[in-house]
Design a protein around this ligand. Structure first.
Ligand code: NAP
Ligand code: ZN
Length: 349
């Protein structure tokens, strides 16, 4: 057994505490990673605070992991000690079903194994714990390579925020001639803007205040709309080919956003609030609009996204924090006071 330093919460309303967790020994196809940085995703909050349902405590969240290979098993072929690597939201899947075989492991019919708050059903059968920790052991097929062109701290958020926005942008063909809107400028939203811009799309940010206007233009947006301005969405009727909705709350009128789509346009929800979202059907039928969803992306596509970001000089805009600041960071995420991703410096664990 390998011990790792970690930060964990021991109940729904307790702060993060120092702890030690166990990782399995390095198996033939396993990679041991010294974690250097871990991003804080809003999903970490939803999970740790039981917004998505009850969980087993203690929990060490973190699925935006960047680090250095420290040891490899004898059958590992893709990685060697010293390589710069990442791990995202999944650490295993059945590898045999139709979806795994086509590279959509996130939709594995037996369920992918989540990086934390899950059980490694295809491996050692132990509970999984995430990246707010010093080391992790992952089967090599779920480890991503991070090119030298991206700093490790700026690369960490790509492992969730990057792939979760890249995948629907690719799937719904964002590119030259397409008008893409991004709703919510947080961790996912700011990566959606950078990536959609790099793909050649015309990008509009829909945000609730004036506060992020200047930043969004620097990130690559062509237009910024403050949705709290009277009639702001009405004025955009029939504008967008594709909308990526990253909002973490269900407290929004999704129908008014659907009305900003062109005929045949699609609004893709990547935000994952626990509560249901209700839709006025007329916002769909008038315009043959689609209301869709998307969940992270497969491993092959995640590598494609990282390489795309390296090629286009894209990393996340980050605020690096020490492990003692995780609780404060969570509160700031809840207040939309993050520019644009908190990343834990794991040397401070
Ligand atoms: P985040 O950094 O907190 O960003 C969310 C943004 O949504 C905020 O910055 C804010 O933007 C906007 N927002 C928040 N509350 C709002 C409200 N009541 N009404 C309107 N806008 C609101 O969160 P994140 O890490 O990007 O994650 C966003 C969501 O995606 C979370 O629900 C997360 O669990 C989910 N997620 C899904 C996947 C997937 O695979 N589908 C993967 C990762 C995360 P403005 O200040 O600009 O308005
Ligand atoms: Zn995430």
């Amino acid at each position: 057994m390998i011990e790792a330093k970690a930060r964990a919460v021991f109940s729904v309303d307790s702060p993060f505490e120092k702890t030690t967790i166990e990782r399995r020994d390095v198996g033939p196809k396993d990679v041991l990673i010294d974690i250097k940085f871990a991003g804080i995703c809003h999903s970490d909050l939803h999970t740790a605070r039981q917004e998505w349902g009850s969980i087993e405590y203690p929990i060490t969240p973190g699925h935006e992991i960047a680090g250095i290979v420290a040891e490899v098993g004898p059958e590992v072929t893709k990685y060697k000690v010293g390589d710069r690597v990442g791990v995202g939201c999944m650490v295993d899947s059945c590898g045999e079903c139709e979806y795994c075989l086509r590279g959509d492991e996130q939709f594995c019919v037996k369920g992918n194994v989540q990086t934390y708050n899950d059980t490694n059903r295809f491996g050692d059968g132990r509970p999984t714990q995430g990246g707010y920790s010093s080391r992790i052991v992952v089967t090599e097929s779920f480890v991503l390579s991070i090119p030298e062109a991206i700093e490790l701290d700026q690369a960490a958020p790509l492992l969730c925020a990057g792939i979760t926005t890249y995948s629907p942008l690719r799937h719904w063909n964002a590119g030259p001639g397409k008008k893409v809107a991004v709703v919510g400028l947080g961790g996912l939203g700011h990566m959606a803007v950078k990536i959609a811009h790099a793909m050649g799309a015309n990008v509009t940010v829909l945000s609730r205040s004036e506060g992020k206007r200047e930043d969004s233009l620097k990130l690559g947006a062509d237009t910024y709309v403050n949705t709290s301005d009277e009639g702001a969405l009405k004025k955009l009727a029939g504008t967008f080919d594709l909308i990526i909705n990253t909002v973490s709350s269900a407290q929004m009128d999704i129908s008014s956003y659907l009305q900003t789509l062109r005929v045949d346009g699609t609004l893709v929800n990547v935000g994952a609030p626990a509560e249901p979202i209700s839709v006025n059907v007329f916002a769909l039928i008038a315009g043959r609009h689609s209301f869709a969803g998307s969940m992270i992306g497969g491993i092959k596509e995640t590598q494609e996204m990282i390489d795309f970001c390296a090629e286009h000089g894209l990393g996340a805009e980050i605020e690096v924090i020490s492990a003692d600041e995780i609780d404060t960071a969570y509160e700031r995420v809840l207040n939309s006071d993050v520019r644009y991703r908190f990343v834990i410096d794991n040397s401070t664990l």
